[in-house]
Design a protein around this ligand. Structure first.
Ligand SMILES: [Zn+2]
Length: 419
């Protein structure tokens, strides 16, 4: 049995990284690069890092029993400041402060579910994602290590604008970009406010009730200006894109990853492959829009778009797999409930990945997308001591990742099983 939310009671057990070395033992340890299971599994940590060789005699030993050790998971497409199920008008009623408070709650849920790093792409609030990232990094509140993008860049009338409402209701225009000059200014402004990356909307969306997910957005010179300026400031760009033309234009402009990528064609997949562009598929988000009874209260326009896209995206994902694209785990949580951050594993497998490929998408591949492969994503010596344990063997039952039993973050116990 797993009891969640034990953080406060664990203070006594929490192994402060600078104190005693810690040895983790379990029935198995998964090498996520090769798929090799060592049995029994053992890894030891000190000063927040995974260590080589034999642990010292004074080390504290934690035996996790019939479980499998693997690296902390990475979600490369989150919205920690969103709250699922508010409906279209409910979102309009929320203050920036309310969004940040939800972010605090959601950050903890995601960490306790075994996700020790996230890339948060598209907070609508007043750069609340930057504040949340910094509070977690300081150790003020529990949460995953975050990379953040601030508000997503959009064209006027695009996925990031507020469409279908009277003119006096608008989204604010700071993030709306309608020329290359404006693009450069906005990227510089976002950098000034502390973001790690830039997110743009290369096509319309599904949840935005009044635009076309198939239609590309920015002109090629605008795409190019955003990516060039971001790269000059040391930032990558990720592109929300459903339709193939938008995926292609964003890829040619040099974005690091395509988010969703629903209607990807084989020809565009080849362009992505040639450039090393990652795909972040967010499979369960689209499925969650069409759950029986519409528990998240999506408007009819979004339901209709999801119904149209869902049958096509399985083919798009196949194309990506067959092209051998790097596919990184991403959920779009916020569209659905944050505690369900591990739901995409079962969909990645049902859409054609092996369980090992699905686990790699959330570890080694995601770490590479974030350019953090020297820091996280494996249990190799010198990496951050971000380690989880799941019941049984995740290569045999991928859904065991939905019930993470133990979480260590930077050498500190976040969550442990109850015996
Ligand atoms: Zn998203």
């Amino acid at each position: 049995m797993i009891l969640r939310g034990l953080l406060a009671s664990l203070v006594g057990l929490s192994l402060c990284a600078q104190e005693r070395p810690l040895v983790l033992r379990a029935a198995r340890l998964l090498d996520v690069r090769t798929g090799t299971l060592s049995s029994p599994g053992q890894v030891w940590v000190k000063d927040g890092r995974i260590q080589a060789g034999i642990p010292p005699a004074e080390a504290q030993v934690l035996d996790l029993g019939d479980r499998t050790l693997l690296p902390g998971l990475i979600d490369t497409h989150t919205h920690l400041l969103f709250r699922a199920g508010l409906g279209e008008l409910g979102h309009l009623k929320r203050s920036h402060a309310a969004q940040v408070l939800d972010g605090v709650v959601n950050a903890r849920k995601v960490l306790e579910a075994g996700f020790t790093t996230v890339r948060d792409v598209g907070a609508s609030a007043d750069f609340g994602d930057v504040a949340l990232r910094d509070a977690i990094a300081r150790g003020d509140i529990p949460g995953p290590r975050m990379l953040v993008g601030g508000p997503s860049l959009s064209i006027t009338g695009g996925h990031g604008d507020l469409n279908g409402f009277p003119p006096h209701l608008h989204s604010g225009d700071e993030h709306l970009v309608d020329s290359p000059d404006r693009a450069r200014h906005t990227v510089r402004e976002w950098r000034k406010r502390g973001v790690d990356l830039i997110k743009l909307h290369a096509t319309g969306g599904v949840l935005s009730n009044h635009d076309d997910p198939g239609a590309p957005s920015f002109s090629p010179p605008e795409f190019k200006a955003i990516v060039e300026e971001a790269n000059r400031r040391g930032m990558d760009v990720c592109a929300h894109a459903h339709g193939d033309a938008g995926i292609r234009e964003a890829t040619l402009a040099g974005v690091r990853s395509i988010e969703h990528g629903s209607l990807l064609s084989a020809a565009t997949a080849m362009e992505m492959k040639a450039r090393g562009t990652f795909l972040v598929p967010t499979l369960y988000a689209l499925e969650s829009i069409l759950l029986p009874g519409n528990p998240y209260r999506f408007p009819e326009g979004s339901l209709a778009k999801a119904r149209a896209i869902l049958p096509l995206r399985r083919a798009g994902f196949r194309v990506a797999l067959e092209a051998g694209l790097p596919i990184a785990y991403g959920t779009d949580i916020g569209v659905f409930e944050h505690g369900q951050v591990a739901m995409d594993f079962r969909y990645l497998v049902s859409y054609g990945m092996t369980p090992l490929q699905a686990i790699q998408s959330a570890t080694v591949t995601a770490a590479r997308l974030l350019r953090l492969e020297a820091e996280i994503g494996t249990l190799e010596t010198g990496r951050a001591a971000d380690i989880i344990a799941v019941e049984g063997d995740p290569l045999k039952d991928i859904t065991t990742l939905e019930r993470v039993a133990f979480v260590l973050q930077g050498g500190r116990v976040v969550q442990r099983p109850v015996r």
